[in-house]
Design a binder for this molecule. Structure first.
Ligand SMILES: C[S@@+](CC[C@H](N)C(=O)[O-])C[C@H]1O[C@@H](n2cnc3c(N)ncnc32)[C@H](O)[C@@H]1O
Length: 323
C-alpha cells in the first residue's frame, strides 16, 4: 500500500534536516554505533542522539543496543524506506558535505579493519587456544558436523577460515574445499594444518568475505564460524555467503548469542556482542535463505558464552522456481 500524504510529509520532515539526511546517507552504507556517527558528523552525542530519536520515531532507523554500545541501522523494507532510498539516490554523489562524511567513514572503517588485522596477525599462532577459552570446542564441533549432515559434500567453502579448524573438521567429507581469509598469518597456519591433515583438496585463498569473487551457487556447504562478530556489516557478509550457496546447499553460521562481555570488544576486536535470532533470520531471508535450524550451546562455565549454530538450507532448484 502507498503512503498517505500525511505519512509522506512525516517521512520527508524527519529526513528534511541537514544532519538527519547525513545520518541516513551514512547508515545506508552500514550499521553504525552512536559514537562512530558522532565522530563522522563531528557533533556531540546529545545532539546526534536527538536526531536519531526523531528518525527512529519516524520509522526510518532502528536502534539496537549491543552490550554497552548502541547501534543504529536503516529500518528494513517499507514504503518509508523506499522514499528515503529515492531521496538519497537523487543526491549528487559529489556533494561536498556527503563526500566528506563518506571519507570520514572510510577512515573509521579503515582504522577498525587495521586494528582487527593487527589483532589476527598478532594472535594467529595462539588462535586455537584463544578460540576455546569461552566455549567447549568439542561440543560446538560435534554440532557443526551434525548440522552439515553425514553425507558427502561436493564443494565446501569456509569463509574467514582462520587457522583452518573448520576445514580439517569438514573437508574430509568434501570433494573439494576452499578456505578464504583476509589474514595472511592465519592462512599460513591454516596451510600447515591442512597439509598435516593430508587434505590436498583444500585450497586456501586470501580474500574478503564481503567480496569472495566466487561465482553464484559455487558451494554446497558454506561455513562462517566465529567471524560475523568482527565485521562492520554482518548482514552484507551473510548476503555474500548466501549468494554462493547452491540449490539444495547449506549455509552454517556459528556465532555467539547476545552477551555482555564488553572486554571482548575492548581487547579482542569484537564489534558485535553476539546476534539475536530474529536479526539472523532477517539477514538469511535477505539472502534468499529460509529460516535456519537453530542449535544453542549454553556455556559450560560461569563466565562462558552461549554459542549459536544457524543452519539454513536453500531449496532445491525445482522448489525455488516454483516459489
Ligand atoms: C575468530 S577467527 C575465526 C576463524 C575460524 N573460522 C575459526 O573459527 O577458528 C575470525 C577470522 O575471520 C577473518 N576475517 C575477519 N574479517 C574478514 C573478512 N572481511 N574477510 C575474510 N576473513 C575475515 C580473520 O582474519 C580471522 O581469521
Amino acid at each position: 500500500m502507498k503512503l498517505s500524504a500525511k505519512q509522506t510529509v512525516d517521512v520527508l520532515r524527519a529526513a528534511g534536516e541537514p544532519t538527519r539526511l547525513r545520518i541516513l546517507a551514512l547508515l545506508e552504507r552500514e550499521e553504525l554505533a552512536v559514537l562512530e556517527l558522532c565522530r563522522v558528523l563531528d557533533q556531540s552525542q546529545p545532539r546526534v542522539s536527538r536526531h536519531l530519536k526523531l528518525l527512529a520515531e519516524a520509522g526510518l532507523v532502528e536502534r539496537f543496543p549491543d552490550g554497552a554500545w548502541v547501534f543504529y541501522r536503516l529500518s528494513g523494507a517499507g514504503r518509508e524506506q523506499e522514499v528515503i532510498g529515492e531521496v538519497l539516490a537523487r543526491i549528487n554523489p559529489d556533494d561536498p558535505v556527503l563526500a566528506r562524511d563518506r571519507r570520514k567513514l572510510d577512515d573509521v572503517q579503515a582504522e577498525r579493519s587495521e586494528a582487527a588485522q593487527a589483532y589476527f596477525a598478532e594472535n594467529a599462532a595462539q588462535w586455537d587456544r584463544l578460540r576455546s577459552l569461552y566455549v567447549s570446542d568439542a561440543d560446538v564441533e560435534a554440532q557443526v558436523v551434525a548440522a552439515a549432515g553425514a553425507h558427502r559434500v561436493r564443494r565446501l567453502v569456509d569463509l574467514g577460515s582462520g587457522t583452518g579448524r573448520m576445514l580439517t573438521l569438514l573437508a574430509p567429507q568434501a570433494d573439494h574445499a576452499i578456505g578464504l581469509d583476509l589474514s595472511q598469518q592465519m592462512l599460513n597456519i591454516a596451510r600447515k594444518q591442512v597439509a598435516e591433515a593430508g587434505l590436498s583438496h583444500v585450497d586456501l585463498r586470501h580474500g574478503d568475505i564481503f567480496d569472495t569473487r566466487l561465482p553464484d551457487e559455487a558451494a554446497d556447504l558454506v561455513v562462517v564460524h566465529q567471524v560475523l562478530h568482527y565485521l562492520g556489516d554482518p548482514a552484507a557478509a551473510v548476503k555474500e555467503a548466501g549468494r554462493i550457496v547452491a540449490p539444495g546447499g547449506k549455509l552454517i553460521i556459528v556465532d555467539f548469542a547476545p552477551h555482555k562481555h564488553e572486554f571482548l570488544r575492548e581487547q579482542h576486536q569484537h564489534r558485535r556482542l553476539g546476534f539475536a535470532d530474529d536479526e539472523m533470520a532477517r539477514w538469511l531471508a535477505e539472502a534468499d535463505l529460509p529460516a535456519a535450524a537453530l542449535t544453542a550451546l549454553p556455556p559450560n562455565q560461569a563466565d562462558g558464552l552461549t554459542v549459536k549454530i544457524w543452519a539454513a538450507q536453500r531449496a532445491p532448484t525445482a522448489l525455488r522456481s516454483a516459489a
